[in-house]
Design a protein around this ligand. Structure first.
Ligand code: SUG
Length: 455
C-alpha cells in the first residue's frame, strides 16, 4: 500500500467566488483580455453563477471542491489611505471625480483568481509535515496589492488548526520580491501522497547580473521574480533536491502570458506545456526528470499546432488537469477553446489521442472571468490534503449540494446582473456588498475576516 492510499491524499480545488463588484476596468498591463475589455458592462451575478456551476460540475464528477470568499470591495480604506476623507459616500464621490482610475482599482473583484492567492506546500513535502501557506504580495499592480491581508486572514480562518497548517508572512511588497503565488508554481509527483518536486517559474531576476536584463521581456512586465520564488521555497523548508527554478520565456510574456499558468499546467507526473513556455526547455525538463521520484510525462504542444496568439486567446493551458481514480486525467478547458479551430483540433487529435493520461475534456463557460484574463485554472487554488487535514478544516468550505444551493441563492439575492463602469461610484453598491459579505461569512461559518467586521 503506498502513502497516497494510507493518507488518502486528495487535491482540493478551492475556487474563488466572483465578488459583487466584478467589473471590467482594463487594469492589468500585459494581460491581453483585461486590456481589451476595459470599459465593458459586466454581470457580477452571471460571473458568480458561472463560477459556482463550474465548481458544482466538478464536484458532481467526483472531484474535491472547495470555495473561498471574495474580498471587501470597494476598498474604501485604501482610498482613505490615499488622502480621500469624509463619509464613505463622500470618499466614493470624490474619488470618482478626481481619480476614477483609483476608484476602479479599489472596486476590482480580482481575488476571484485564487491561483494568485498564495503558494502552498503540502505536508508530504514539508519538513514539519504541515501544510505551508504564503499569501502572494501581488505588488505588480495596485488593485491586486490590496488583496494579501484579507487573503491571509481567510486562509488562516479556514486552515486554522496549527497541528496541520503553518502560515508565513507575505513577502516584502517591493519589486525585488514580486510574488504572484501558485500561478507560477506547479507541484509534480506520482500519486498526490508521494513526495513531489516543486517547479517555480519566474519572469525576471532582481539581483541578477547585468546580462539577466537581456533575457527579460521588452513589452510587458515580468511579474514574478526568482528571488520571490526562492524565498517562498525557503519559508516552506523546501530543499534544492525538491525544487526547480525555471525562467519563463520572455517572448511569451511579451505575447500576453503574464503568468506561467497561461502557458503550462501540471498534475501528478504530467506537464502539459507550450514550446514557448520556458527559456530553457530542455534544461528545465532534465532537472525535473533528475529530481522527480517518478518518470515525468511531458506533453509538449508545438507552435505549429497552437500559435502564441491562439494559446493566449483560448487559454488552452489555463485548463485544470484533474486526476481520475483509474489513472486517467480530465482536462477542464474554457469555452473559448472550442471557438479556435486549431486549439480544438489539438485537443482532439493530439492531447486526447496522444500517448498520455489525458483521456477526457470538459468545457466550462467562465466568460465573465475570461474577459478579465482569468480561465478555469486562475479561478482555483490547489491544496493537496490528507484525510486528517480535510477533517481539520474550519468552516463550511467544501462544496456540497446544500452549500451550492445556499451560495446560488445568496448570489441571486445580493448580486446585480449588470454593472457599468459608472456604477462603481454608487454608494448603494458598497452597502449591498457589505450586507452580502457579512451574510456570506455566516453561511461559510468562517468567522470575521473583513475589515468592516474587525472594526
Ligand atoms: O492579475 N486580471 C487578473 C487575472 C489573473 C489571472 N490569474 C492567473 N493567470 N492565475 C490579473 O491580470 C483584470 C482586472 C481588470 O482589468 O478589471 C485582472 O486583474
Amino acid at each position: 500500500m503506498n502513502t497516497a492510499t494510507i493518507n488518502n491524499v486528495q487535491e482540493v480545488n478551492f475556487d474563488g467566488l466572483v465578488g459583487p463588484t466584478h467589473n471590467y476596468s482594463g487594469l492589468a498591463v500585459g494581460n491581453v483580455a483585461s486590456m481589451s475589455h476595459g470599459g465593458l458592462v459586466s454581470s457580477p451575478q452571471e460571473g458568480a453563477l458561472q463560477g459556482l456551476l463550474k465548481m458544482k460540475s466538478l464536484m458532481d464528477a467526483g472531484y474535491a471542491q472547495g470555495v473561498l470568499p471574495p474580498q471587501q470591495r470597494p476598498d474604501i480604506g485604501a482610498l482613505r489611505d490615499l488622502g480621500f476623507s469624509g463619509s464613505n459616500r463622500e470618499v466614493l464621490a470624490c474619488a470618482a471625480k478626481e481619480a476614477p482610475q483609483l476608484l476602479r482599482a479599489v472596486c476590482s473583484a480580482s481575488s476571484m483568481w485564487t491561483a494568485n492567492a498564495g503558494t502552498i506546500t503540502p505536508s508530504m513535502d514539508s519538513p514539519d509535515t504541515r501544510v505551508h501557506f504564503t499569501p502572494a504580495n501581488l505588488q505588480s499592480s495596485f488593485h491586486r496589492y490590496l488583496e494579501p491581508q484579507t487573503t491571509g486572514r481567510v486562509l488562516q480562518a479556514i486552515f486554522r488548526d496549527e497541528r496541520h497548517f503553518a502560515h508565513h508572512p507575505v513577502l516584502p511588497a517591493t519589486p525585488a520580491f514580486s510574488d504572484e503565488g501558485a500561478a507560477n508554481h506547479t507541484r509534480l509527483c506520482g500519486e498526490y501522497g508521494e513526495p513531489g518536486v516543486h517547479l517555480f517559474v519566474y519572469g525576471r531576476q532582481a539581483f541578477g547580473d547585468v546580462r539577466s536584463g537581456e533575457r527579460e521581456p521588452k513589452r510587458y512586465p515580468a511579474r514574478q521574480t526568482l528571488e520571490a520564488s526562492q524565498a517562498v521555497a525557503r519559508q516552506h523548508g523546501l530543499t534544492a533536491s525538491q525544487t526547480v527554478f525555471a525562467q519563463q520565456h520572455p517572448n511569451a510574456i511579451d505575447a500576453g502570458v503574464f503568468h506561467n499558468d497561461v502557458i503550462a499546467v501540471g498534475n501528478g507526473p504530467v506537464l502539459l506545456y507550450h514550446e514557448m513556455a520556458f527559456l530553457d526547455e530542455e534544461g528545465t525538463l532534465d532537472e525535473l526528470r533528475y529530481k522527480m521520484a517518478t518518470p515525468l510525462i511531458p506533453v509538449r504542444v508545438p507552435v505549429e499546432a497552437v500559435s502564441m496568439e491562439d494559446a493566449v486567446a483560448s487559454y488552452l493551458f489555463n485548463s485544470q488537469l484533474l486526476s481520475n481514480p483509474d489513472g486517467t486525467m480530465t482536462l477542464v478547458v474554457p469555452g473559448e477553446c472550442q471557438e479556435r479551430e486549431a486549439v480544438w483540433r489539438t485537443i482532439q487529435d493530439y492531447l486526447l489521442a496522444g500517448n498520455n493520461p489525458i483521456s477526457e475534456v470538459m468545457v466550462k463557460d467562465v466568460k465573465q472571468s475570461m474577459r478579465n484574463g482569468g480561465g478555469p485554472a486562475c479561478l482555483r487554488l490547489r491544496v493537496a490534503l490528507s484525510e486528517a487535514e480535510r477533517a481539520a478544516l474550519t468552516g463550511r468550505v467544501l462544496l456540497t449540494d446544500a452549500l451550492y444551493d445556499d451560495l446560488t441563492a445568496w448570489v441571486n439575492r445580493h448580486y446585480r446582473d449588470r454593472l457599468a463602469p459608472d456604477d462603481l461610484a454608487d454608494p448603494q453598491l458598497a452597502e449591498e456588498s457589505l450586507v452580502a459579505l457579512d451574510e456570506l461569512t455566516q453561511l461559510l461559518k468562517i468567522g470575521p475576516v473583513y475589515p468592516f467586521q474587525l472594526g
